[in-house]
Design a protein around this ligand. Structure first.
Ligand SMILES: Cc1ncc(COP(=O)(O)O)c(C=O)c1O
Length: 381
């Protein structure tokens, strides 16, 4: 796991993309591809930053996307031999034709979506169906695709056998930050028991994302599963990780602006906020900082600069008292932070740096002009 102090960027707050950590993720995925013959798509929703997409391009079989804008970016970056897989609960009628041109594979999210668009589009993409196997593994229903009354995929228990007419593939995505293969084995077992008779008329199976491949030591279960699917049914097997590719590859470096006592605890105000990593608030999750030491003598509650009382990263312990001017490094914030970040209260977004063996290069700087442009209305007559 990548867990090192970033080179200190000259501006703050700053996101630092670590090329060494990207290499590490890609090496794991390459190993899986070599041993099992699976195909690897990067799920760009995790971080669609174009320099990252460009860097990943030679290491991936394609990208997976969720919308027209993501499909357009993927199409811009990739070459024709790459795949672009789409699945979304919301295909807009006015975007369907363009999506069907941009994407090589579309997995319909429901049978009604399939009926509506498949016949209407009749184009070059390979049509699939997202199946909801109704086996829950996520600990919290906010991120459990298999929750009761889920909007994600056709219920495996309710699928209409006619839906297989003209279908080339199936898609599943059922887990959240899963660090072992047990759910995949169970899910495939259920899928095969109920739909196995159709597998040989399909050409592909997309196993989705949600697995933290870097955190799994033994990949044999995955390798055997994919080899069996390929051997028994001649299926192309895709995976589409997001967090596993970029999660550990980005750190956020912030600066302490102020420190004071609040009801007996030290509060340190940073020049960032939870709005630069909104899942901290969304899922009430405390991000890791490099300086944290559970045995540390000094405590501090790290907070953001905005007016929201709950703009709090959490309480940490350190070896030294945190003081104004200190740098705080939040680790492993590559997935779903920048893409969800916003400029609430007008606080600027972090600059983005690329870190490569001792070298730090700034790739992105937001300024007042980009903030203003965001809020500029069209001039009215
Ligand atoms: C359909 C689909 N595929 C892939 C992913 C990527 O998941 P992760 O970033 O957890 O690997 C997601 C995430 O929500 C998803 O919804």
């Amino acid at each position: 796991m990548h867990n090192k102090a970033s080179l200190v960027p000259p501006t703050s707050p700053a996101l630092v993309i670590n090329q060494e950590a990207l290499h590490h993720s890609v090496n794991t995925l390459n190993y899986l591809r070599e041993k099992s013959g699976c195909r690897v798509l990067y799920s760009i929703k995790a971080l669609p930053f174009i320099p990252v997409l460009d860097w990943l391009k030679p290491h991936m079989d394609g990208f997976s996307v969720s919308s027209l804008f993501e499909a357009k970016i993927a199409h811009e970056v990739l070459d024709s031999q790459h795949s672009i897989h789409l699945t979304t609960p919301g295909i807009r009628p006015d975007e369907a034709a363009e999506l069907s041109q941009l994407c090589s594979h579309i997995s319909f999210n429901s049978e009604s979506q399939q009926q509506h668009f498949d016949s209407q589009l009749k184009s070059a993409f390979s049509a699939g169906l997202r199946i909801n196997p109704k086996l829950s593994f996520a600990p919290d229903q906010r991120f459990d695709p298999c929750r009761l009354h889920s909007k994600l995929g056709v219920s495996l228990d309710k699928i209409n056998k006619h839906s297989f007419n003209g279908l080339s593939g199936l898609h599943i995505h059922t887990v959240f930050s899963q660090a072992d293969y047990a759910p995949l084995i169970q899910t495939l077992d259920k899928l095969q028991r109920q739909l196995g008779e159709y597998f040989s008329q399909l050409t592909w199976l997309n196993l989705g994302g949600g697995y933290l491949f870097n955190k799994i030591d033994d990949h044999q279960l995955f390798i055997d599963l994919v080899l069996t699917l390929r051997h028994d049914y001649d299926l192309q097997v895709f995976i589409e990780p997001g967090k596993s590719v970029v999660g550990e590859a980005v750190d956020l470096v912030a600066t302490v602006l102020d420190c004071f006592d609040s009801d007996g605890k030290r509060v340190a105000v940073l020049d960032t906020s939870i709005n630069h990593n909104p899942e901290v608030f969304e899922y009430q999750r405390q991000p890791n900082i490099l300086q944290h030491d559970p045995q540390g003598e000094y405590q501090a509650i790290l907070v953001g600069s905005t007016c929201l009382a709950g703009d709090v990263f959490g309480e940490y312990r350190c070896q030294q008292a945190i003081k104004v001017g200190d740098k705080i490094q939040f680790t492993h914030v590559g997935a779903y932070s920048t893409v969800k970040a916003n400029r609430f209260n007008g606080y600027n977004l972090p600059d983005i740096y690329w870190s490569d063996t001792g070298d730090l290069q700034r790739l992105k700087q937001y300024d007042y002009q980009s903030y203003r442009e965001n809020w500029l209305g069209m001039s009215h007559e």
